[in-house]
Ligand binder design. Sequence first.
Ligand code: DGT
Ligand code: CA
Ligand code: ZN
Length: 579
Amino acid sequence: MSNRELAALFDELASLLKVADGNAQSFKARAYETAARTLDTLEPPAAEMSVTELIKLKGIGKSSASKIAEIVETGTMDRLVKLRAEFPATFLDLVRVPGLGPKTALMIRERLGIEDVGGLRAAIEGEQLRELPGLGAKTEEKLARALDRLGTSGKDRRTPILDAMAMASRIIDELTPMVEVEQIQYCGSLRRFRDTVADIDILVATTDPAPVTKRFSTLAFVTEVIGSGSTKTSVITQGGLQVDLRVVEPAQWGAAILYFTGSKAHNIRLRQLAIQQGRLLNEYALEESEGGRVVASETEEEIYEALGLPWIPPAVREDTGEIESGLDRSLPEFVRWEDLRGDLHVHTSMSGDGDHSLTRMLDAAVQRGLEYLAITDHAEDLAMNGVGQDEMLEQRGVIESIAADYPTLTILHGAELNIGRDGGVDYNSDFLSTFDWGVASVHSLFDLDVESQTTRVITAMQNPAVNVIGHLFGRRIGKRPGIELIDDAVIEAAALTGTAIEINSHLDRLDAPSEFLRKAMSNPEVLFVVSTDSHRTGELWQSRFGVTPAQRGWVTADRVANTWPVDRFVEWAANQRVP
Ligand code: DGT
Ligand code: CA
Ligand code: ZN
């Protein structure tokens, strides 16, 4: 049992405990989360350590240590098995409905026997919730709206990309070191970076599939094997998420990864192109219709080339114009991770929710190879985590005094401002004008009507202290729907005021969403920045994620301000702030 498998079990235990306790801040759950984080980065195998040795590790308490021993001995944890039975995946979907949460979900299960989202919908229609203590007609209305906006019908349950990516990386990290595995990659909607996925598709190239399939179906976080054949094995993992593993011959890798990445609509167009050329395209190869000679199969590049196309990034394979543009060689230069030179939304431990000190964040930025960085801790209007003018000034003093230690990094002093009800932001305009950079984000009042929200955001854009709007819609994928905005009005205001639109790289957010980005791209005046919104050093690398939804929105490198050389960027940022 690997450390990462153990970590996955502790993460699952923690999230189930939060539900069982009806409390997202559950102390026990937190302790298990800390244990999971420790295990995730621990070098020596925890499974080979004694309880005494385990307890000595920072982040592992008595209870976690004895649970590790239990897993090593029995393969699982009794507590976890019981919790899984008590809270099946369909009930967890119910808990996640915005405005419900564990406490109410438990109450309506007990009182009304509601077990899933479908049951909730029926109870709202039957006006049953208003009879319960603490709930009313208003609650029913709010929940009905949340269900509509989430598009959750209960039947076609989809998993947010944050959870799917975590599971896919865990599986891939387990299988990659196997000698039998020549290539491995997640494909399907996850590789295309849809916000949510129905299942995870993983492809492995190998000449010896049996050991790979065996390891896959016995991973600690696999709860059920639902099918296993010579080329495909399907399992259920934490939270009811299905994972399909397909194995192919190394020579068929390109054709297989192309096919299983999809989308189906993109595949169909490729197949039509092949037919027009007297060829056939399937998951094994591109071949001549007559005689079956293989034209290309090993890499995606070779197959696209043979079809008369450049390699098309997975994110745009949706048959929404990429084939036509590819054929006439007019596919744009989509922004890539290597193009990013700066990060413009970064927190330190001065924000209540930040983990690492200023210097640790700066060191990590240097390691990441960044040329410029804006430190943007939360401004004072944010409850709990925001800071006042004095602290901001103190931080600025520190930055000035240590800047010389970072000769390769240009540090901008900024803040993440909070957009108030009427579009105003924190501090006064004199103080605001002393910053180098301002991110402004909506952190409250998510339920205002569409006109008020639109005016609110546009007012913030008109403020010279605001360089960029952070996570424009404020959505948390699968948890909280975004605010409602009149897209065209916001896009026009961004163009007129020169305020950039942030592409927030956190997998929980991916905000602004790619549909909005593509609309915004059609106005040539609109600029973007891909930022990480890091709260700890490791997150500075997550812009790898942010560029993919940017590609999905057909965003090109020249339109992303943090791909520009430092001089051009700094000059632009300063000019934007002139009232
Ligand atoms: P999902 O799972 O609903 O989030 O979306 P996908 O795109 O991952 O769909 P999935 O898992 O059903 O299939 C994975 C890929 O396999 C899909 O993107 C394209 C390919 N595929 C599946 N079924 C068909 C089909 O009937 N025809 C073609 N051409 N390709 C298919
Ligand atoms: Ca899929
Ligand atoms: Zn932030």
